[in-house]
Design a binder for this molecule. Structure first.
Ligand code: PAF
Length: 302
């Protein structure tokens, strides 16, 4: 019998991965934080993906059974609260995969769990939730998995599901590249409430995006990260063009009055800049702007 995976963060990506793990024969349990969500899950008892039902179980985080394998797919901003809610259930040598956007939370998890084997992952899969626990896999992408410390043998079998999964010997670089593109596109689209494509069609937005990219390159360089072969602005424009009709995740978060992942994207970048005594005025500006938007979201929620 394969060892059970627990999934912390039962959003679209977490549920997609639950199905993928079930397809490989792993028993899977979703860890839910609120009883209402558990009631909704229990009324269906499975996750549906492309009309196919995948049998998983679900339980509240404050259940007492041990957790030996944990996949974290919460928003990076929810990591601390989520991990705290299950920390006492984790076995000593727990295996953990952090599959999240941004940077910072991966190292934080490792600091919290010094005995754990912690791997990092990044995905380009596109998935959305039609109704609770009923998913649409809208874009087949790749999930890259690796550890910046050592190659864990237990990651290799995860390539055998229906999702495309690759071992990544430089997962930190992969996450940095994603962070760089997200710094270039997400805050601007969120502040100006526009589609990704507008960033390349509006000369003012484009000039701002170029300024953001220059600062990101400086910080990456100071961290010993060589981002892309060409300039970041070229990559960012390429992604904005490919996704011209899309609304970025951060734009959608602001539109739906949700707290964004800015603290683990631009926030992480500005923090690294500070540590390296570099100036990032354009990124600082958009970090402040999004934080201000968070304040008004929090106020209107009360
Ligand atoms: O965060 C997002 O929405 C995406 O990573 C990206 C690349 C900005 C495209 O929309």
């Amino acid at each position: 019998m394969k060892q059970r995976w627990h999934i912390l963060g039962a959003g679209s990506i977490g549920c997609l991965w639950a199905c993928n793990l079930v397809s490989m024969g792993y028993p899977v349990t979703l860890l839910l934080r609120n009883p209402e969500k558990l009631d909704i899950f229990n009324s269906t008892g499975a996750i549906t993906l492309a009309e196919k039902r995948y049998s998983v179980s679900a339980e509240l985080t404050d259940t007492s059974t041990d957790i030996d394998q944990l996949l974290i797919t919460t928003k990076s901003t929810d990591t601390a609260t989520a991990l705290q809610s299950i920390k006492k259930r984790l076995s000593k040598s727990v295996k953990v995969i952090v599959l999240q956007n941004g940077l910072g939370s991966q190292e934080w998890v490792k600091d919290q769990l010094p005995n754990a084997e912690v791997a990092w992952a990044s995905t380009t899969d596109g998935v959305w939730t039609k109704t609770p626990f009923n998913l649409v896999h809208a874009g087949q992408g790749i999930t890259r998995i690796g550890s910046p410390i050592t190659a864990y043998a237990w990651l290799a079998p995860l390539e055998n599901g229906f999702l495309k999964v690759e071992q990544d010997e430089d997962i930190a670089l992969t996450l940095w590249r994603k962070l760089a593109i997200n710094c270039a596109i997400n805050p601007l689209t969120a502040v100006y409430q526009c589609k990704n494509g507008e960033l390349i069609n509006n000369p003012d937005y484009l000039a701002t995006m170029a300024a953001v990219c220059k600062e990101v390159e400086l910080v990456a360089e100071s961290e010993g990260i060589e981002l892309f072969d060409g300039p970041l602005i070229e990559q960012a424009c390429h992604v904005a063009e490919l996704t011209a009709e899309n609304y970025s995740s951060m734009m959608q978060d602001i539109q739906h009055q949700r707290i964004t992942e800015i603290s683990h994207i631009t926030g992480y970048l500005c923090e690294r800049a500070k540590q390296n005594r570099l100036h990032t005025p354009t990124n600082d500006h958009y970090l402040r702007k999004i934080k201000k938007l968070h304040e008004s979201i929090k106020t209107s929620a009360h």
